[in-house]
Design a protein around this ligand. Structure first.
Ligand code: EPS
Length: 395
C-alpha cells in the first residue's frame, strides 16, 4: 500500500515527508522534488514568508545512486524562517517562560485555533496553528512529486490552472495547451485567461489594501490514466471518493467537483452523460472514446480512460489584517482576532498542492491494480493489461 505522512510546524526547524510503498528502480533526483516545491511557492498574493523560504528537499533515505530502493523515502525541508522563531518554537523548555512570546489567545474565526485549543487543551493557540498552517503542504508536494515521477513512467501527466479568484472567473481556452503547466506557471496567478488575470490582480491588491483575503478555484487535469483504476464494488475503493477526500484535506478547501460537478445536478441526463464511440487508437481506454468528458474521467468510481478533471474551491485565508471579532480566551471578553503575517490569497499554490494529492491517489490506485515491487515488475503487469484490452476485439 502506497502511503505517506508528514511532520513539522510552520516555524519549526523543518518539515518531513515519508513516502512508503514506492517501487524500487524508479529514477529519482532531489531536483525532481525541488521543481515541484518551487512551483508551489509562486503566485501573486503570497505574503513576505515566501521571500524568506526557498524550499529544497534533502533525500534522507530510500534513494541510492539516483534510483528508489523500495524502502521508505524520507525527505527533509528546512524552514529558513526557523532562525527568527527559535525562542518561540524551541522544543526544549526555557527558563522563565511559562508563557512564550507571541502567544495567541484571540482565536481567528474560520481557523482551527479555537477548536484546537479546546480539543488539545492548550492555552496558546500557537500550539495548534503552527501545525495547521498550510506550510505543511510543502511536505505533501514533496511526496506528490515522487508519485508524479512514477506516473510519468506510465505516460500519466498532471497539470492545473486557476479558474476563479475573488469573484473573477477565468475563461478556459477552446483548446487546452498541450503542456498545461508550462503555460499556467508562466502566469503570476497560474491562469490561462490574461484578461481575467488583470482583474484578479486588481481584486487582490484591493483586498490587501483593505486588510482582507480572497479565495478561489483551481482545476486539476490528469491525462493518460488507463481505464480501470479504482473500483465500483465498495465505497472506499471508489476513485472519485478517494480523490475528493484527498483534495478536501488541503487546508481551506471547502468543495471538490469532478467533471461537471454541481452543474450536473441542474441538467437533464442527455446533457450530462458522455456518449461512447469505438476508437481503436485509444488503447488505454479499451478502444473506445467518450464524445464529451462531463464525467471528468470516472464513472462509478472507476477511471474510464478520459482525462480526470477535478475542481477544488478554497475559502479566503482566515488570517485577516483587519481582524474579525472574537473573544480573548483568558477573560472571555470581546476582542479582535490576532493578525499574524499571512497571504492575501494562495489559490495558485493550492492548485499545485491539488496536483500533488491527485498524483498520490492515482499512483496508489495504479499500484493497487498492477502491484509490483520494482518499476519493471509494475510495468510488465501494466503492459499485460493494456495488451489484454487490445486483445478484446469483438468481445
Ligand atoms: C500560513 C501563513 C503564512 C504563509 C504560510 C501559511 O506564513 P507565515 O505565518 O510564516 O507568514 O506564508 O505558507 C507557507 C509558509 C508556505 O510555505 O506555504 C498559514 O497560516 O497557513
Amino acid at each position: 500500500m502506497l502511503r505517506f505522512t508528514t511532520a513539522g510546524e510552520s516555524h519549526g526547524p523543518a518539515l518531513v515527508a515519508i513516502l512508503e510503498g514506492m517501487v524500487a528502480g524508479l529514477p529519482l533526483l532531489a531536483a525532481d522534488v525541488d521543481t515541484e516545491l518551487a512551483r508551489r511557492q509562486q503566485g501573486y498574493g503570497r505574503g513576505r514568508r515566501m521571500k524568506i523560504e526557498s524550499d529544497h528537499a534533502e533525500l534522507l533515505s530510500g534513494v541510492r545512486a539516483g534510483q528508489t530502493l523500495g524502502s521508505p523515502i524520507a525527505m527533509l525541508v528546512h524552514n529558513r524562517d526557523w532562525k527568527n522563531w527559535q525562542e518561540i518554537m524551541d522544543p526544549a523548555p526555557r527558563d522563565n517562560d511559562p508563557e512564550r512570546k507571541r502567544a495567541v489567545t484571540r482565536p481567528r474565526p474560520g481557523h482551527v485555533d479555537l477548536s484546537g485549543m479546546l480539543k488539545y487543551d492548550r492555552d496558546d493557540a500557537r500550539d495548534v496553528l503552527e501545525r495547521a498552517s498550510a506550510r505543511e503542504t510543502t511536505a505533501r508536494v514533496a511526496a506528490g512529486a515522487i508519485c508524479r515521477r512514477f506516473l510519468t513512467e506510465f505516460g500519466i501527466t498532471l497539470g492545473s490552472h486557476v479558474v476563479h479568484i475573488g469573484g473573477v472567473d477565468a475563461k478556459s481556452p477552446a483548446k487546452m495547451p498541450a503542456d498545461l503547466n508550462a503555460v499556467a506557471d508562466s502566469s503570476p496567478l497560474r491562469t490561462l485567461d490574461g484578461v481575467a488575470e488583470k482583474a484578479m490582480i486588481a481584486r487582490i491588491d484591493a483586498a490587501k489594501a483593505d486588510g482582507n483575503t480572497l479565495g478561489g478555484v483551481a482545476e486539476v487535469i490528469c491525462d493518460g490514466v488507463p481505464v480501470g483504476l479504482g473500483s465500483h464494488v465498495s465505497w472506499d475503493r471508489k476513485l472519485d471518493g478517494r480523490l475528493a477526500a484527498a483534495i478536501m484535506s488541503i487546508p481551506a478547501v471547502k468543495a471538490v467537483e469532478i467533471g461537471l460537478g454541481v452543474e450536473s445536478a441542474h441538467r437533464k441526463g442527455s446533457d450530462v452523460h458522455d456518449e461512447i464511440d469505438a476508437d481503436a487508437r485509444n488503447v488505454k481506454a479499451g478502444g473506445v472514446r467518450r464524445r464529451t468528458n462531463r464525467a471528468g474521467g470516472m464513472e462509478g468510481g472507476v477511471s474510464n480512460g478520459e482525462q480526470i478533471v477535478i475542481r477544488a474551491a478554497m475559502k479566503p485565508i482566515s488570517t485577516l489584517m483587519r481582524p474579525l471579532g472574537t473573544i480573548e480566551m483568558k477573560t472571555r471578553e470581546p476582542a479582535q482576532a490576532v493578525a499574524e503575517r499571512s497571504d492575501v490569497t494562495a489559490v495558485p499554490a493550492m492548485g499545485v498542492i491539488a496536483e500533488a494529492m491527485t498524483a498520490f491517489v492515482v499512483a496508489q490506485a495504479l499500484l493497487e491494480k498492477f502491484g509490483g515491487d520494482s518499476l519493471k515488475e509494475t510495468r510488465r503487469n501494466y503492459d499485460n493489461y493494456i495488451q489484454s484490452l487490445s486483445d478484446r476485439k469483438g468481445r
